[in-house]
Design a binder for this molecule. Structure first.
Ligand SMILES: *[C@@H]1O[C@H](CO)[C@@H](O)[C@H](O)[C@H]1NC(C)=O
Ligand SMILES: *[C@@H]1O[C@H](CO)[C@@H](O)[C@H](O)[C@H]1NC(C)=O
Ligand SMILES: *[C@@H]1O[C@H](CO)[C@@H](O)[C@H](O)[C@H]1NC(C)=O
Ligand SMILES: *[C@@H]1O[C@H](CO)[C@@H](O)[C@H](O)[C@H]1NC(C)=O
Ligand SMILES: *[C@@H]1O[C@H](CO)[C@@H](O)[C@H](O)[C@H]1NC(C)=O
Ligand SMILES: *[C@@H]1O[C@H](CO)[C@@H](O)[C@H](O)[C@H]1NC(C)=O
Length: 516
């Protein structure tokens, strides 16, 4: 028997079904999420401006310059179509740019308290910097925010969900020396235009995922092959930029706007493969080196990267004959500047991993060889159409407790959680996934004293799943991407959510029996 199964059994006998409280505490918030590139479409509105115009025309139609700019995902889908499983793109996606009112109606019908969406940087600032501000882009997000508030749904806004303006990529991208300046300026534009109504901000979504754009020539832009180097450099730059956006809010906006700011970090929950000390230690290293990488500098008392991470990368770098660690150093100024720059913990949770110790390998340097661990899935788990996503609801409680313990019981908002399939309307597996993830979330609240502010379902609608195109669906509502009207149809999971939000209680029928 594998360790996680044993763990589940122990949990099963450790408490009875009757003891589990399936009622949500007062004030607990329910929301659903999307990201700009995955749903908006309208990739080139006023797009004629992307092409060079004769000078006289440019002078005559200045507003024409202010279309949406191209970003790194636009560039990738158009220049490397083979990267996308079904050779599609987000050019039109769910067409939420035109159908946002319909999307707000879907949120309202399910009963969600908030909508987490992202702003497309290149839609507001076509070149990434503030030299051009696209009024259409500002108008679009103002309309969306106003429509949400008119329906009593709070906007939770992500500033960066992977769609870097191509112009900034050309100027060095996320690791360019001016990136922090550009991000701070962008944040100022957002606070200034939307901060009177937006009270929840997330600076970056899942930096631990998009750093993979710097680990291979694969299909995450900008596809730079520098594992164990580029990913660390990006993370370093992102942590500083995040902190700058937070400090800017403190200095100039917080006293008036009174909002909350954080970052959305993703993590798989690691469980040791065996109960050997080596595997238990490997699991802790895995957690520190994946989630602690971003969380420790922001949320720990002492700040900076986790000690185990600094030590391992430094040792390996030395053994490789390098003159300095591949993990950059912050220095005291930045350690202090970054520490404490979050008002809550934004956490994306989908799935768990079985973790074991590897023992020194001769692999090419990477953050995985630095960790010296292997993560795999238990053969007993049900795996979704997305190979990385297994049905492991116990990890919801495990991860919440890990975060709460490591970071001084900081309040946590689950900023993403969801299940992938191929688009079934009767999506009973998704319903089961949500009900049982929420059951373990409630266990974390009631049994482990974790402060959980709310839960966000990924996603309210089917959307463009990056390199997987439209082959993997996460929506509570189905979209027919072959129909120009992009019709939305509620799935079983939308109905289950509507009932559980209304009753503020989990339904019995989808709840796994803890004792057989
Ligand atoms: C379950 O939780 C609800 C909401 O927090 C609370 O009102 C109720 O007393 C709890 N029930 C039990 C049996 O603890
Ligand atoms: C926008 O892109 C579409 C392809 O997605 C193309 O057909 C159309 O001509 C472009 N529009 C402009 C204004 O460039
Ligand atoms: C900010 O978050 C705290 C919990 O961390 C909450 O009590 C407060 O109401 C939030 N502020 C707003 C404006 O939502
Ligand atoms: C790093 O190297 C030092 C000195 O050789 C050693 O004492 C320490 O155990 C190593 N740390 C790790 C995490 O391997
Ligand atoms: C959905 O699927 C479940 C399980 O397969 C089945 O019991 C149920 O009748 C189906 N519902 C509809 C509306 O087809
Ligand atoms: C949770 O808090 C209660 C009340 O403060 C305390 O009695 C209990 O021991 C705590 N449980 C855990 C697991 O920390």
């Amino acid at each position: 028997m594998r360790a996680p199964q044993l763990l589940l059994l122990l949990l099963a006998f450790g408490r009875s079904q009757a003891a589990r409280n399936t009622t949500f505490p007062e004030g607990f918030l329910f929301g659903a999420a999307t990201a700009a590139y995955q749903v908006e479409g309208a990739w080139n509105t006023s797009g004629q401006c992307l092409q060079p115009l004769p000078l006289w025309l440019m002078l005559q139609y200045r507003e024409c310059i202010a279309g949406k700019g191209e970003h790194i995902w636009d560039r990738m889908v158009h220049t490397r179509p083979n990267c996308i499983a079904d050779r599609t793109s987000g050019d039109v996606a769910a067409d939420s740019y035109h159908k946002y009112k319909e999307d707000v109606k879907l949120l309202k019908d399910v009963g969600f308290n908030f909508y987490r969406f992202s702003i497309s940087w290149a839609r507001i600032l076509p070149k990434g910097d503030v030299s051009v501000i696209n009024k259409d882009g500002i108008d679009y997000y103002n309309n969306l925010i106003n429509e949400l508030l008119a329906n009593n749904i709070q906007p939770v806004v992500t500033m960066y969900h992977w769609d870097l303006p191509q112009h900034l990529q050309d100027l060095g991208g996320l690791v360019g020396s001016a990136f922090g300046d550009y991000f701070e300026d962008y944040a100022r534009v957002l606070y200034t235009n939307f901060g009177d109504r937006v009270k929840w901000w997330l600076t970056f979504n899942e930096p631990g995922t998009f750093v993979d754009g710097y680990t291979s020539h694969g299909c995450v832009p900008p596809a730079v092959d520098a594992p164990g180097v580029g990913d660390y450099l990006v993370a370093h730059s992102i942590l500083k930029a995040h902190a700058r956006a937070y400090r800017l809010y403190d200095r100039e906006f917080r006293s008036e706007q009174k909002g909350n700011i954080s970052i959305a970090l993703s993590a798989g929950y690691g469980t040791p493969k065996t109960n050997s000390n080596a595997d238990i230690e490997a699991t802790e290293t895995f957690m520190q080196h994946s989630l602690g990488w971003f969380a420790h500098p922001i949320y720990s008392q002492e700040g900076d990267y986790p000690a185990v991470m600094k030590e391992r990368v430094a040792n390996n770098s030395k053994a490789e004959g390098l003159f300095r660690s591949r993990l950059p150093e912050f220095g005291e100024y930045w350690v202090n500047y970054i520490r404490g720059t979050a008002d809550f913990f934004g956490l994306n949770y989908y799935s768990s991993w079985v973790v074991s110790h590897v023992g020194s390998s001769l692999d090419r340097a990477s953050r995985w060889s630095d960790m010296d661990v292997m993560s795999s899935q238990d053969p007993g788990w049900t795996v979704s159409v997305a190979t990385w996503l297994a049905y492991t609801p116990f990890g919801m409680r495990g991860l919440l407790s890990w975060v709460s313990k490591n970071y001084n019981n900081t309040p946590i908002l689950i900023t993403e959680n969801g299940w992938a399939d191929t688009g079934e309307i009767n999506d009973t597996m998704r319903a089961k996934y949500y009900v049982n993830n929420l059951a373990h979330l409630l266990d974390a609240i009631y049994l482990d004293n974790v402060t959980v502010l709310g839960h966000t379902a990924w996603s309210i609608i089917d959307n463009f799943e990056w390199a997987q195109g439209y082959t993997q669906r996460f929506g509570l509502h189905h979209i027919d991407f072959n129909d120009p009207q992009r019709p939305r149809t509620p799935k079983e999971s939308a109905r289950v959510f509507a009932a559980l939000i209304k009753n503020r209680k989990l339904p019995e029928n989808y709840l796994d029996k803890v004792i057989e």
